[in-house]
Design a protein around this ligand. Structure first.
Ligand code: ADP
Ligand code: ADP
Length: 226
């Protein structure tokens, strides 16, 4: 079970910047939840706290039944995809996808089969020997997704994963990510500043402003009662 529960979560950065102001959120197992709001409203900070990449100032974060405030990112059953892909430039696609499994001391044979299976799902099996710089933006984004799915996590976190792509590819990748969510049958938490993206992708949408949650509802209800 991979529900994600945020209880009275606050984040204060140095210099007294209150980035997240007492957020309460109950993200259900297997749902596709979108966090939307203007730049600077605290979306990324929220996601990074769930990933463990940012310390929680106060409040409680549960993943499943586990209180995760003090659990290392690598020990959370989570994978994150970033806007800038964050691929290792000196490694091939294969090595990029294999890296986190290697860190976990998974046997080589198992790594190979996981990487190949994930590459197939994303249609990048022909590029396994290439370096990221020899790939298009869309291919790089697929590798970033591949690097997340090889780990078979309970929860996927995506921080503006499509904002570096051109408009046409962005629309195509939205559909691919939704398909991935359906196939993997896991919890997705997706951050975007793009309202159309939020409305077309989310089962549920969380609207943030100035570190506060303003609205949590289905796309339809948000459309009808903005
Ligand atoms: P969003 O993802 O919605 O654009 P962020 O979570 O990145 O918003 O930022 C929320 C607020 O926190 C902003 O005011 C931003 O300037 C501030 N902030 C983000 N990261 C840091 C940091 N490392 N140090 C200080 N302030 C930060
Ligand atoms: P090493 O840790 O020895 O440097 P790698 O992580 O590069 O090894 O590769 C681990 C295993 O995966 C090796 O057995 C290698 O043959 C295999 N492998 C590496 N690249 C590919 C690829 N593009 N396609 C299929 N298998 C690969």
């Amino acid at each position: 079970m991979a529900s994600v529960i945020l209880k009275n979560i606050n984040k204060v950065y140095s210099g007294d910047v209150l980035a997240v102001d007492n957020i309460n959120l109950n993200i259900e197992d297997k749902e596709f939840l979108v966090l939307v709001g203007p730049s600077g409203c605290g979306k990324s900070t929220t996601l990074r706290m769930i990933a463990g990449l940012e310390e929680i100032t106060s409040g409680e974060l549960y993943i499943g039944d586990t209180l995760c405030n003090d659990i290392e990112p690598k020990d959370r059953d989570i994978a994150m995809v970033f806007q800038n892909y964050a691929l290792y430039p000196h490694m091939t696609v294969y090595e990029n996808m294999a890296f986190s499994l290697k860190m976990r001391k998974i046997p080589k044979k198992e790594i190979k089969s996981k990487v190949e299976k994930s590459a197939k799902i994303l249609g990048i099996e022909e590029y396994l020997d290439r370096k990221p710089k020899a790939l298009s933006g869309g291919q790089r984004q697929r590798v970033a997704l591949g690097r997340a799915i090889v780990r078979d996590p309970e929860v996927f976190l995506m921080d503006e994963p499509l904002s570096n792509l051109d408009a046409k590819l962005r629309v195509q990748m939205r559909a691919e990510i939704l398909k991935l969510h359906k196939n993997l049958n896991t919890t997705f938490i997706y951050v975007t500043h793009d309202q159309t993206e939020a409305m077309t992708m989310g089962d549920r949408i969380v609207v943030m402003k100035d570190g506060v949650i303003q609205q949590v509802d289905s796309p339809r209800n948000i459309y009808e009662n903005p």
